[in-house]
Write a protein of this length. Sequence first.
Lengths: 558, 558
Amino acid sequence: MFSIRILMYIILLFTCLISDEQNGHRALHILQEERRKQAQRSVLISCQVTTNEKKFLKYLSQHGDINKFFFYESYGLYAVVEFSSSESVASLLESSVIPSVSHECVVPFKSRLLWLRNHSLVDSGGQTSGLVCQAQTTTPINELIHRISTQESIEQQMMSLTEASQLTEENSRLRFLVCSLLEDIATAYFPECTITPFGSSVNGFGKLGCDLDMFLNLDNIKGRNMRLPKSGLSLEYQMKRANSERAVTQSILSVIGECVDQFGPGCVGVQKILNARCPLVRFSHQPSGFQCDLTANNRVAMKSTELLYLYGGLDARVRHLVFSVRCWARVHGITSSIPGAWITNFSLTMMVLFFLQRRNPPIIPTLDQLQQLAGPADKSIIDGNDCTFVSDFAKVQLQSNTETLEQLLSAFFEFYATFNFSRLSINIRKGKEQNKPEMSPLHILNPFETSLNISKNVNVTQLDRFVALCQESSWLSQQSRTLNPKKSTSGKNTAMPWGLAALLLPLQVDGIKGRKKKTRELASERIKSLLVSLKKKDSPTNLMCRVRQQFIGRKHLF
Amino acid sequence: MFSIRILMYIILLFTCLISDEQNGHRALHILQEERRKQAQRSVLISCQVTTNEKKFLKYLSQHGDINKFFFYESYGLYAVVEFSSSESVASLLESSVIPSVSHECVVPFKSRLLWLRNHSLVDSGGQTSGLVCQAQTTTPINELIHRISTQESIEQQMMSLTEASQLTEENSRLRFLVCSLLEDIATAYFPECTITPFGSSVNGFGKLGCDLDMFLNLDNIKGRNMRLPKSGLSLEYQMKRANSERAVTQSILSVIGECVDQFGPGCVGVQKILNARCPLVRFSHQPSGFQCDLTANNRVAMKSTELLYLYGGLDARVRHLVFSVRCWARVHGITSSIPGAWITNFSLTMMVLFFLQRRNPPIIPTLDQLQQLAGPADKSIIDGNDCTFVSDFAKVQLQSNTETLEQLLSAFFEFYATFNFSRLSINIRKGKEQNKPEMSPLHILNPFETSLNISKNVNVTQLDRFVALCQESSWLSQQSRTLNPKKSTSGKNTAMPWGLAALLLPLQVDGIKGRKKKTRELASERIKSLLVSLKKKDSPTNLMCRVRQQFIGRKHLF
């Protein structure tokens, strides 16, 4: 058992190295720019299921060398094809035709979204071609539980879960391609603007199938803040004026939303949500299957993305722990895809980061430390908030914490099972608990707008459920029946849920949903105080055993 | 007197020759394309009134050679500057800055509409620079009456009126420039489209200050109706579909309207009138002072424009007569800028053309004759209607009618004073009266959609007023006090209204507005029948004298 764990740890470290080599050592903006260029050289083609890959590639290669291609399914079969040069894309589009449909007309807006037509009768015999399709959605939870149950260690389980959930290379390319198609629409009027993904699509914590948040950056438009001559003449563009940057953003998003709605092929359900705090255009991009949100000048969100990207890239354990905790939270209804009083994925990620900063020695540095490491190019003040931190991975020296993922997962639950939420705030800038400046049940400091609480939405009920689930999961994660795989008589793994898989099964606490709130609070409080009082005397395992008994004993109260 | 008339006629013929040399011998599409290219190399600059022309030109010449420039006033002082090459425009824009206004933000949409800033204190002493401004509006009617009263002949008066009313070279350039600015917006999404003026802006009959009708032409978008391979693969653009071409037009105009509204500097009062028979976007372009209507795929209107352009270019008398009749109709309230039961300028022009086709020998050919002269390149079928006619002026041989403008003006009034509107239709295709196919008071055949009546809107009241005014004007135009200038004792022209000017003064008939309709109709009918009965026996002058007496005698009836 021990040797397997060591082996897994070596594999884990190796994975970290590979991942560092792939992405980790490059600042996000460099990665973004590279992906953006790839996307600009790419086309998205709807194919028939009978498409023959060889003929397909031969046909496209007429226009130039292909760097990369892959197929996937989403409302039909699609292919993403990246050429070596943009000229190939231009040549391909030049040869493409506008469809003529009887009794229908088309809006002749040309984009890099195409149909492949097969005029040969031979190939369309109704047979599928056996093309390999890249999955663009996550594994269903039951299948995931089954899959990780066959793993030999909890670490392996956590890595396997990350592997099954995270964005693939192909999905990432598809996201940048959708941004690039939208950038074509935006650059029609603002030639110097860019549209890049932000948030989970690029921060390293995104799940396959997560929403595509897009950032329209108008900051690179030339001619702003240019020095005027002291004497003589100069020319200025005549431009429409607005009262605020927000009004300008609303104008621009309104027009882009209209274009997407009226011209954008495959774009459906376009909603202009312009009066939101951060105005946005939401739509569904059917060819990719992405739910898209386009915002403009949302610079703080871009900095948050960079920060998570940096933390995720510093130590591979960060991402594995975040993926495991998020999956656990989702199956137990702590997070939800519906807006409401639930804890958000972002808050949960902050809690994991904070927990990792509180290890001894810390696994990741505090944001204040990252700020001190920043170079002049990293300087960033947004709306009066200092959002500066280092972007160069090489400048960050980590301390030598060797805790395993198994230890960290268990410790995470224990940490938040006993956290004094009523009095303390979670603050990744300082990496220590601070007194809460306001009375929200859960207080997590917004790392860049430090007067804000990112979890203001969370109510007492949802926080209590989180704490209760941490308590139960902490207890469970230390039981020998949870800790070890179920073996058959022949010594083989039976694939019965164990380890992380066991934590993803319905728990006792899951039954308390919808019961009377007041009694529950009372019980929760009692358990917590008991837990704290016991903590000083007991080992965690014994402690959690007792709490568990106490907890089960109180079940009639709920 | 006679020698002066001959002199004027020679001048008139000379003007025709010049006008033919300038525009007449070039087909409209060639002229349009040339103007469009000029406009693409032009910029529109808002200047301070203190602008020094020399410094202005020196400053702009940094970017390249200037082909042509002029100043005009419209909500401030503006300059149109045409460079020799498009690169100069690009260079000028490259050096232009985005304005930074305190407490305000701008929509960073860059166009060729600029402000000139003067940073030297010396030049801005509040004094105007004495720049020569090109008039962009017509002369007020009283001033016009005064001006033409000083002319020596009616022909001279009609030419002077045309001169004062028609579009100038500069105004025409400005119209194409506004189209070009809008084309920049449209080509952002439909790179192969064009926007060109149609209607009065280019048909030769436009007045200074008339609305700017713009035509978005999407027909040149490549990739339509392309031949597909018989076997193998091909690529098609994915495009949004609509039920009809009309729906596509509505989509496109909706987005362009939104862009103009949100981004277009100087564009105000944007209205999307998408449910009209011909969907359009209406807006006011403040820098040019034009009221603009943008339509798409309005191909028949473009053909009508070409036809009027051809007729106007064939013989200079056409335009002079049309300008005079239109001015006369406007001052007497026959036409109106408000939509309603009034006779439109287009109908009135058709009436003039028809009248000229009915002269003996005809001054202009019929549309059927123009169709017979058409070459293969002229072929045009729009929505099933044959809109073919010759575009090459050189192919049209005119008959040698030598009537003077004075004769034609008087004859025009006489022609319509006695026209049998109740039974006959005006048809420029055939150049002869036809039986009315329907019961509208006024029936003028739509030359390209021959099932339609272009003056269906006109009611009996308006038609009667027109006829009564023709009667009175016909009578007046034959009176010696109208026919000859008022001379002072020294033999000089007193500038007292005479000739055409006298016809532009309030007439007896103008007093009948708003009186009881029935009595008026009765009177009108009586006068008409009397007129017809007298016509056979009398010379026109005597006839009109009697009608006039009869008419005045009946005044108590109204």
